[in-house]
Design a protein around this ligand. Structure first.
Ligand SMILES: Cc1cc2nc3c(=O)[nH]c(=O)nc-3n(C[C@H](O)[C@H](O)[C@H](O)COP(=O)(O)O)c2cc1C
Length: 243
C-alpha cells in the first residue's frame, strides 16, 4: 500500500510521534510532504483554481505535485497540531489552495487518517474540521486520532494502535463505504450547480467530462436503494432551487 503523509506541523515532534506509532501498524511505502519545507506562498484569493481551473493557480507548481501524490496513494495521513484552537497556518494555506476540490471532488476512492495533537484543548474540533474538509474532497472514510499531551511525553499508544490498525485494514481491503447522507447532499448541490443556467465553466467541464452529471453519486461507490432514492429526490429539489 502507498501512504502519503501531509505534515502540517512546522516540526517533527508531538504529532509526528503519533504518526510514527501509527506507521508501525501500516504496511507499505510512506512519503512525507513536510509543508514547512514546501514553502507554498499564501493563497492570494485570485479564484483562478475555482473559476479557470486548478492548473491556473499561480502556485500550481507547488500544489499539483502534492495533489498528484495524494491521487497515487491508497491512504492519506494528515498530521497537524492545534494552533490557536485551529489547524496550523501551514495546513490551512494548503487547504485554501484545494478550495476547487469542494466544487470538483476527486478523492472518492481514498481513505484518510487524521492525526491531531494539542497541549490541552481543541484537538477534537480541529480533527472534525480536517475530517469535514476531506469529505468535501470526496474522501470515502476518515479515521481520527487525537491526543492532548498535557505534561506527558508519550501519546496514548493503545488508542493509536487500535485506530491505525482499523485504518490499515480498511485501506488494504480496497472496499469502499457507502456515503453519509450529507455527502450525497453536497454531491447533488455541485451536480445541480454544474447543470444550472449559469455554471462555473471549470466545474461544468469536470462534471460532464467525468460523466458525474448522470450519476446519483461517484460511480465507484455503491449506493443502497434508499440512498439512491434519496439522491434522486435531493437532486430534483436542488435543481429547482439552483437555476
Ligand atoms: C503557535 C502555537 C499555538 C498553539 N495553540 C494551542 C491551543 O490553542 N491549544 C492547545 O491546547 N495547545 C496549543 N499549542 C500547543 C500545541 O498544540 C502542542 O504542543 C502540539 O502537541 C505541538 O505539536 P507538534 O510538536 O507536532 O508541533 C500551540 C502551540 C503553538 C506553537
Amino acid at each position: 500500500m502507498k501512504y502519503v503523509i501531509i505534515n502540517g506541523s512546522p516540526r517533527r515532534k508531538n504529532t509526528w510521534k503519533m504518526v510514527e506509532y501509527a506507521k508501525n501498524n501500516l504496511k507499505g511505502d510512506f512519503e512525507e510532504i513536510h509543508l514547512m519545507k514546501e514553502k507554498i506562498p499564501l493563497c492570494n484569493g485570485c479564484y483562478n483554481c475555482i473559476v479557470e481551473g486548478e492548473d491556473k493557480c499561480p502556485h500550481n507548481d507547488k500544489i499539483k505535485p502534492i495533489i498528484d501524490k495524494m491521487k497515487e496513494a491508497d491512504g492519506i495521513i494528515i498530521a497537524c497540531p492545534v494552533y490557536a484552537l485551529n489547524v496550523t497556518a501551514l495546513l490551512k494555506n494548503f487547504f485554501d489552495h484545494t478550495a476547487y476540490l469542494y466544487h470538483r471532488p476527486e478523492f472518492f476512492t481514498k481513505k484518510a487518517l487524521v492525526v491531531v495533537s494539542t497541549a490541552g484543548i481543541g484537538q477534537k474540533d480541529v480533527a472534525k474540521y480536517i475530517d469535514e474538509t476531506l469529505r468535501h474532497w470526496g474522501v470515502n472514510k476518515v479515521y481520527k486520532i487525537t491526543y492532548a499531551y498535557g505534561a506527558k511525553d508519550l501519546p496514548d499508544i493503545k488508542n493509536i494502535d487500535e485506530i491505525s490498525k482499523k485504518f490499515g485494514k480498511d485501506v488494504g481491503s480496497k472496499k469502499l463505504h457507502g456515503p453519509k447522507l450529507g455527502d450525497i447532499v453536497f454531491f447533488d448541490v455541485w451536480k445541480a450547480m454544474a447543470l444550472s443556467n449559469n455554471p462555473i465553466e471549470a466545474d461544468k467541464e469536470f462534471w460532464f467530462k467525468n460523466d458525474l452529471v448522470n450519476k446519483d453519486f461517484a460511480p465507484e461507490v455503491k449506493l443502497n436503494i434508499f440512498k439512491k432514492l434519496f439522491s434522486k429526490v435531493m437532486f430534483l429539489i436542488l435543481k429547482r432551487v439552483i437555476k
